[in-house]
Every structure is written in C-alpha cells, then in structure tokens.
Write a protein that binds this ligand. Structure first.
Ligand code: MN3
Length: 211
C-alpha cells in the first residue's frame, strides 16, 4: 500500500475537553482511515502515482489520469489535510495553546495587525465556509493569507481547483464530523475552543519550512 494512516502523536483522549475522545477515535480511524484506503484503491496498479508523495499528487492533479483525478482530489486531499491537522495539535498540558513566538508571531502581527485580529479572521473564514471544508493560514508569495476550501480541497491544489492557494501553515477541519458529537451545530464554539490545543511550536516549524 502506497499510503498509510499516521499514528496519532498523542492518545485519543489527550485533547479533552476541547476535542472529545470518541470524536478523535472516529475521526482518525474511520474518516482519515477511509481516505487512506480509498486513495490506495484509486491508485493501485499505477506505479507512477504510487511512488509520489501525497503533496506531489494533490499539488499537480492535472498529471493524474482523468478516471482517477476526483478520487485523488477527495481522498488525497483528505489524507494530506488530516495528516497535517493531527500534527499541529498538542494537549494543553504539553504546551498547547497560547500564542506563537518568533518570526511567525511577527509575520502574523505585521499581516493581520494582532494575534487576536488573526484569530478572528481565521474563524470568520471557517464560519463562512458553507457545508464541509477547511479554514487555512497559508504562505503565498512570501506572505501570510487566510482563506477556506470546500470538502477535502487543499490550497496546494491551486486557485482553479480549490478556489484558494498557497502553502498550508495551519488548517482547521470544519466538517461536522470534527465537532458534532460534542458541539452539535455550534461550529463557532468548536473553533473558539480549538486554539487551546494548537501546537504553535509545530506550526512555526511548518512556517519556517514553507519559507
Ligand atoms: Mn475531518
């Protein structure tokens, strides 16, 4: 199998009370697991696709054969998005939450005015995403930008496909499957609570690598 489900870097219960244990189990095992299985099935027997990174696949969907492209878009996007999502979170007791420091903090301040202005804009993009999707902080042309995508689209897919582009620095899953068991229809409450488990150390690493 070309792709595999990454092991979570913490226990299923570690992000309580922000994200409940059952949501983590279903989200990781069933949802992300399903994207991995379906991606592998879609590209099985196509060695030129199987040998590529998922970022390379979704970043160049035009190179994927017509009969496979939609499956790679949805499931490759799902695999890439969730692989990042797990990594950029950490339990509050192990350093989650707070504010970024260093270069990333300076870039956020110079782009959005303040950390709280950045958070408000990021959550506004998530609130306005109708149905299922993601809200993103990306690096584009050397600058930070906020936007959202539908379904499992990723900014690496480009504007023509995803409607928003850039290198992802931070992504928040706003599909109902990410929050419904605990928050029901209250997406805003989920987004507000989520900041307590953001791993800014990891996000700063991703930002540095994107630059
Ligand atoms: Mn999800």
């Amino acid at each position: 199998m070309a792709y595999s489900l990454p092991v979570l870097p913490y226990d299923f219960s570690a992000l309580e009370p922000v994200i409940d244990t059952q949501t983590m189990q279903i989200h990781h095992g069933k949802h992300h697991g399903g994207y991995v299985t379906n991606l592998n099935n879609a590209i099985a027997g196509k060695p030129t696709l199987e040998s590529r990174t998922v970022e390379s696949l979704i970043g160049d969907l035009a190179s994927v054969p017509d009969d496979t492209r939609t499956a790679v878009r949805n499931n490759g996007g799902g695999h890439a998005n969730h692989s990042m999502f797990w990594r950029i979170m950490v339990p509050k007791s192990k350093g989650g939450g707070g504010e970024p420091t260093g270069e990333l903090a300076m870039a956020i301040k110079s782009t959005f005015g303040s950390f709280s202005d950045f958070k408000a804009r990021f959550m506004d993009a998530g609130a306005k995403r109708f149905g299922s999707g993601w809200t993103w902080l990306v690096l584009k042309g050397g600058k930070l930008a906020i936007g959202s995508t539908a379904n499992q689209d990723n900014p690496l897919m480009g504007d023509a496909i995803a409607g928003f582009s850039g290198k992802p620095v931070l992504g928040l899953d706003v599909w109902e499957h990410a929050y419904y068991l605990k928050y029901q229809n209250r997406r805003a409450d989920y987004m507000n609570a989520w900041w307590d488990v953001v791993n800014w150390t990891k996000v700063a690493e991703i930002y540095a690598a994107a630059k």
